[in-house]
Design a binder for this molecule. Structure first.
Ligand SMILES: Cc1cc2nc3c(=O)[nH]c(=O)nc-3n(C[C@H](O)[C@H](O)[C@H](O)COP(=O)(O)OP(=O)(O)OC[C@H]3O[C@@H](n4cnc5c(N)ncnc54)[C@H](O)[C@@H]3O)c2cc1C
Length: 612
């Protein structure tokens, strides 16, 4: 049963006349004649509509022009889904059935509503999220990918869309006539496939992720030159956590991620050790909520956008993006986590995305249904993946280089793996050769027991690698940020005295500040951090607090942002709103005292009230 059948009442709650009255201050009344469009698929919806009189028809429409009704809504209903929080393109058509009077609440006011009307905001937010889930389940309103289900490029694009919670559909030209016609017309060469047919009619031939994201309008384009209080690089748990805390405190925040929100945690089928989720939660569900939460507080999230360079000589700090654009921010948070390590097999790149996987989502899992597969790694991430894949694969050969799992895996996962009869753990064993070709994909795998020297070759088409990760700090080259011997970012007291000193109240960097003033690091990318979701989220919150200290110290002069919230306090050197009682010295003392007790101060101590 789909979400729309199951949770209809939560998806479409009615607002009372009294509640609608309360919402009037967030929007303006608009009128629509019968048949008139409120918005259409693929165009940016102007916000959320609260229906006062009349009714509308919500319809799904695919790029081939087929349409089908989803729901009719009337007085007391509201028309929106979660994308309207950040001005994303709509996934449905909405037309007036009769004369309609509606309150239009634009994205920035919708975000304000969520905060200022918490009870109502919670109900609305819940409905918006469920509506997105229903759109994803039905594949409504996003692009249609045309290609074979097991094509590596289809899997690549599907993975990108799925990880960004973007609705889409897949049509196999061998089975669908419309798809076959388009292939005949637009994809004469096999290398043109898959096609991506976008809602507004654009047809892309085997696009990369950035091309697809652009055609879909996923990356908002900021026309104006603007300086942000905080730029966060990386939308994994650490980056999203900082975004939530900093944006909720009224700072202007921009977040970049090269691929998708969620980072490594997004790859986790079930996180069982994150506080408050006794039944476990998937990494995508946890970070998906954080992603929406950050946007609710007004953080701007740019995905996919890779940051290729940090220029600390610019004031404010300059971030250079892979598309040539440059963004300025008074402070920068490095939350780029880590990238998976690769196997040391010479022809590995022939099979990456063609049988060698670094991810175990349902998309990859369905490819290995009833097959024998190899999973390499002995850490928790490997353990989780094995537990997830065991219900798809016929047999999992789990190859571990070390003598056992106890050194590297949590006991609960070891116990679970022991109890699963289609997982066989081979210790002191590693892959020595992969056979196949780019065209035929992976066909056979050979592994060796490093104690006996015995080699085993098996017809296996899927290898999953979870062998740890290296810090994603290549983009910090030339930034002057001090790194440790393994290229993790040094912060706080680990920053060598001879590295460029940070000029805050104590003369030394704050606990999570780097050797460059105003630049912070949190999560897996930070030297000495605990590589866990909980730790990354906690550090994100701590950085949120330290940003205020840096601000109070006037870390990096900003040219000033024209778009500051009004409120109590003055505008500080960084252009951020200051609490009049918060002196730099006091801020620094409070922060460091609270941090050493393991408490981020901003959310408890007086002196941090942002006067929202
Ligand atoms: C499969 C798997 C399962 C796991 N399970 C658990 C678990 O059960 N419990 C637990 O506590 N921990 C678990 N972990 C570890 C946990 O996921 C990490 O500790 C956590 O995700 C670290 O968060 P982070 O934000 O620091 O970095 P990451 O999660 O690595 O996020 C970094 C982000 O930065 C982006 N990025 C990198 N470079 C750039 C750039 N130049 N420009 C823009 N963006 C960039 C990346 O795309 C990425 O999204 C697991 C990890 C894996 C891989």
């Amino acid at each position: 049963m789909s979400t729309i059948d199951n949770r209809n009442e939560q998806m479409f709650p009615k607002l009372t006349p009294n509640e609608i009255d309360r919402l009037h201050r967030f929007g303006e009344v608009r009128h629509y004649a019968p048949g008139e469009a409120l918005f259409v698929t693929g165009s940016v919806a102007p916000g959320m509509y609260v229906l006062i009189k009349g009714s509308v028809r919500v319809t799904r429409r695919d790029p081939f022009g087929h349409s089908a009704p989803i729901v009719e809504q009337g007085a007391g209903d509201f028309v929106a889904e979660v994308g309207q929080l950040s001005g994303q393109p709509a996934f449905v058509d909405v037309h007036a059935i009769d004369d309609v009077e509606a309150l239009l609440i634009p994205p920035e006011n919708l975000r304000a509503l969520m905060i200022e009307e918490p009870e109502l905001g919670e109900r609305i937010m819940h409905a918006l999220i469920l509506r997105r889930v229903a759109l994803i389940e039905a594949g409504t309103g996003g692009p249609v990918l045309i290609g074979a289900e097991n094509s590596p490029d289809v899997i690549r694009l599907q993975g990108f869309l799925a990880r960004n919670a973007y609705p889409h559909q897949l049509l196999d030209p061998a089975q669908d006539q419309d798809a076959a016609k388009l292939v005949e017309q637009y994809a004469p060469n096999p290398s043109d496939l898959p096609l991506a047919v976008c809602p507004k009619g654009t047809i892309l031939k085997n696009p990369n992720e950035t091309e697809l994201a652009r055609a879909l309008g996923m990356v908002p384009i900021d026309e104006r030159e603007r300086t942000y209080d905080v730029a966060i690089v990386g939308a994994g748990p650490a980056g999203l956590s900082t975004a939530v805390y900093a944006a909720s405190e009224g700072l202007s925040v921009i977040v970049f991620d090269a691929r998708a929100f969620g980072g490594q945690a997004g790859a986790s089928a079930r996180i069982e050790n994150y506080l408050g989720f006794p039944a476990g939660i998937s990494g995508q569900a946890l970070t998906g909520r954080a992603y929406v939460q950050a946007q609710k507080f007004g953080a701007r999230v740019m995905i996919p956008s890779e940051v290729v360079r940090l220029d600390p000589t610019e004031t404010p700090l300059g971030l250079h993006l892979n598309d040539g654009r440059r963004v300025k921010a008074a402070t920068v948070v490095v939350a780029t986590g880590a990238r998976y390590r690769r196997l040391g097999v010479p022809n590995l790149s022939d099979f990456e995305g063609r049988g060698v996987w670094y991810w175990a989502s349902p998309i990859e899992a369905r490819l290995c249904r009833d097959e024998e597969i190899v999973l390499v790694g002995g850490g928790n991430s490997a353990g989780q993946a094995a537990v997830f894949l065991r219900s798809f694969a016929k047999k999992i050969w789990m190859l571990v280089r070390g003598p056992g799992l106890t050194e590297s895996m949590s006991q609960y996962l070891i116990d679970r793996i022991k109890a699963i009869d289609n997982i066989e753990v081979l210790t002191q064993t590693e892959i020595v050769a992969l056979f196949g070709s780019r065209e035929k994909q992976l066909e056979r795998v050979c592994w060796r027991n490093n104690v006996t020297g015995e080699e085993t070759e098996k017809p296996i088409r899927h290898v999953f690698c979870f062998i740890g990760a290296e810090p994603a700090t290549g983009w910090l080259r030339d930034s002057g940020i001090a790194l440790d011997g393994k290229n993790f970012v040094l912060t706080g007291s680990d920053v060598p005295f001879d590295a460029r000193p940070s000029n805050n109240g104590s003369g030394r960097p704050l606990p999570l500040e780097t050797s460059v003033r105003g630049v912070f690091a949190s999560g897996d990318v930070r030297s000495g951090s605990v590589k866990r979701v909980g730790a990354a989220i906690g550090e994100g919150a701590v950085v949120g607090a330290e940003l205020h200290v840096a601000r109070a110290d006037g870390a990096a002069e900003s040219s000033g942002d024209a778009e500051k919230d009004s409120g109590t306090g003055s505008v500080g050197a960084m252009g951020m709103r200051l609490n009049p009682h918060c002196t730099p010295k006091r801020a620094h003392q409070e922060a460091t005292a609270a941090l050493s007790n393991g408490v981020a101060p901003a959310y408890s101590a007086a002196g941090w009230d942002r006067g929202r």
